[in-house]
Write a protein that binds this ligand. Sequence first.
Ligand SMILES: Cc1cc2nc3c(=O)[nH]c(=O)nc-3n(C[C@H](O)[C@H](O)[C@H](O)COP(=O)(O)OP(=O)(O)OC[C@H]3O[C@@H](n4cnc5c(N)ncnc54)[C@H](O)[C@@H]3O)c2cc1C
Length: 379
Amino acid sequence: MTSQSYDVIVAGVGAMGSAACWHLAQRGLKVLGLERFDLGHAMGSSHGLNRIIRLAYFEGSHYVPIVRRAHELWAQTGAEAGMQLLHVTGSVDLAPEGAGMVESSLKSCLDHGLTHEVLDGKEIARRFPAFHLPAGHLGLWQPDGGFVASEKAIYAHVGLAQSRGADIRTNEPLLDWSPTADGGVTVRTERGTYSAGRLVITSGGWITDAVPALASKLTTVRQAIGWFTTRRPELFRQGAFPVFILTVEEGNFYGFPLYEHPGFKLGGPHFAREPMDPRDPDRTPSPQQVAMIRECLARYLPDAAGDPLTLKGCVYTVSPDEDFVIDTVPGVPQAVFASCCSGHGFKFASAIGEILADLSTSGRSAFNLSPFSLGRLAA
Ligand SMILES: Cc1cc2nc3c(=O)[nH]c(=O)nc-3n(C[C@H](O)[C@H](O)[C@H](O)COP(=O)(O)OP(=O)(O)OC[C@H]3O[C@@H](n4cnc5c(N)ncnc54)[C@H](O)[C@@H]3O)c2cc1C
């Protein structure tokens, strides 16, 4: 059995944890990253090649400063790692006029001076003929949006962290942890006991095991994504087609231009709430969600409504107000956690890693984290 000591232990080396390992190791700290599975596994929330990054943020203007920093860091980290992590394709939020999404995205652009255009149905069809939308849909176009190569991003952060001495241990889950009398922590795994001055908990869908205070606040649900045969791939290639969020009567769907797969990727419906226990090893996507994705393609993107080439299931961790939870563990200031959840967290991971490093080293962040406090969910 091992017994070693570190400056910081990071529990969960997925999107947020890998970024935290890099930002901590970059500061010269001795870091241990513990991961339940192997890197690039398909059991959590970050697999499936890519994730949308939108700067026009209908979920709330307060996210924009953090996503701007994340955008900058994705480009920078990609360059340092020698991998293209950020792909700028432009983003378009599509919804019926008055439904709220385009209006909220527009507000975030106006609040933060983001370049944008509001497109009517005719203009959407002219620029992006792949969409066949109902009359009355508007689009909010933002040219800096795009996607992040999600699996590569984890590899990039881990590789960079290792290059600065981080110790990354896969297939070694944290079993339990406790604060110590000297203000540090002790962490136990099947292979040993480790001590550290600080603990960062980024265990995604499993976070309530390590932070019981979250147990009554977060739920985990199953989400489906699929890649479908397109009969006109030229309409969906990068340069011709943006990332998008689409609100229609069937729900909220999201999609990407073609990327490292012959099929067109569509996910959703975003607000589907089919509870799942992440401990259940079955990641088969729900047949109901797959049927809804196929229906969405047939009605609104008919040139990509071919047979599914790949279907995957994935875990969403959902908070009651769908905002993130980033805070210290109640009564244990040396332990911080981030549940950047509700299906929209990946784009922020590069910045959240930096935020977690700031919180662990100075107890402060340059960003206003009050919208993400655990206390707001107290009622
Ligand atoms: C289908 C789908 C589509 C999405 N689309 C988008 C999108 O387009 N844009 C966007 O911004 N966001 C999107 N999201 C949300 C985003 O992907 C998540 O917010 C993000 O991946 C969460 O990162 P995480 O680090 O919290 O979780 P993960 O990346 O899952 O990492 C958690 C890690 O902790 C490990 N772990 C668990 N327990 C332990 C333990 N006890 N000890 C050690 N390790 C442990 C897990 O194995 C896992 O590797 C999507 C999510 C899904 C599921």
